[in-house]
Design a protein around this ligand. Structure first.
Ligand code: DGT
Length: 206
């Protein structure tokens, strides 16, 4: 299958400072030439040094740390970093380590509305030039213990791959009564504002 013509106009592929296959997939589906590099940032250490920051500000700081770390090693490249923080009334949730952790997340999220703060930082010439955060709000159904177990059986190990233990484009859709926010924001990379910024820098053909 011939590769779709790229809409990326940068002199080298966009450098995504992320290990997330979801983020890479979103950019490639938008026909951007992408190269990925692990950010190598100790997120928990950044978080520990950011006591008192709101969950939204924490997401932006983490995204900037990731973009900055990779951009420092690649000053000639356009680099983006991203981070997503789940915020339940001010409490930050991280990716569950295992099925039990996912069950514990869902037991607390069920029947309530949580926020996903998805931040992106854009670096050029070796330093972060701009960053932004987009928030989605998701209202989870009351699931009950049996409902959580049935969902976890269906979702499988993928539940440890996201902060809320769900993949919205997969069986995670069954968890929700109401979703406010853009699909790509929920997946962890708000495409509309990101593409607008790249376009504003003359990096996109459309
Ligand atoms: N496929 C899918 N992935 C999701 C969904 N919601 C969140 N995610 C993923 C996107 C990110 O990979 C991850 C958010 O966690 P982080 O912001 O900490 O990124 P992660 O550690 O995965 O990669 P990175 O820090 O960028 O190297 O969760 C979803 O609904 N579907």
């Amino acid at each position: 299958m011939p590769h779709a013509p790229s809409l990326w106009r940068g002199p080298a592929p966009l450098l995504l400072a992320s290990t997330s296959p979801t983020r890479r997939g979103l950019l490639e589906s938008a026909a951007l030439a992408v190269e990925t590099r692990a950010p190598g940032v100790d997120e928990r250490a950044v978080e520990a040094a950011s006591a008192g920051l709101s969950p939204l500000a924490l997401a932006e700081r983490l995204a900037s740390a990731k973009a900055g770390a990779v951009a420092a090693q690649a000053p000639d490249r356009v680099v983006i970093g991203a981070d997503q923080v789940l915020d339940l009334d001010g409490t930050v949730f991280h990716k569950p380590a295992d099925r039990a952790g996912a069950a514990a997340h869902l037991a607390r999220l069920q029947g309530r509305t949580h926020a996903l703060h998805s931040a992106v930082a854009l670096a050029v010439d070796g330093t972060v030039a701009e960053s932004f955060v987009v928030t989605a709000r998701l209202t989870m159904r009351p699931l009950g213990e049996a409902g959580i177990a049935a969902y976890l059986d269906a979702a499988g190990p993928a539940v440890t791959g996201s902060v809320g233990a769900y993949q919205l484009e997969g069986v995670g859709i069954h968890l929700f009564d109401r979703i406010e926010g853009d699909h790509s924001t929920i997946l962890g990379l708000p495409l509309l504002p990101l593409l607008a910024r790249l376009r504003g820098r003359g990096l996109l053909a459309v």
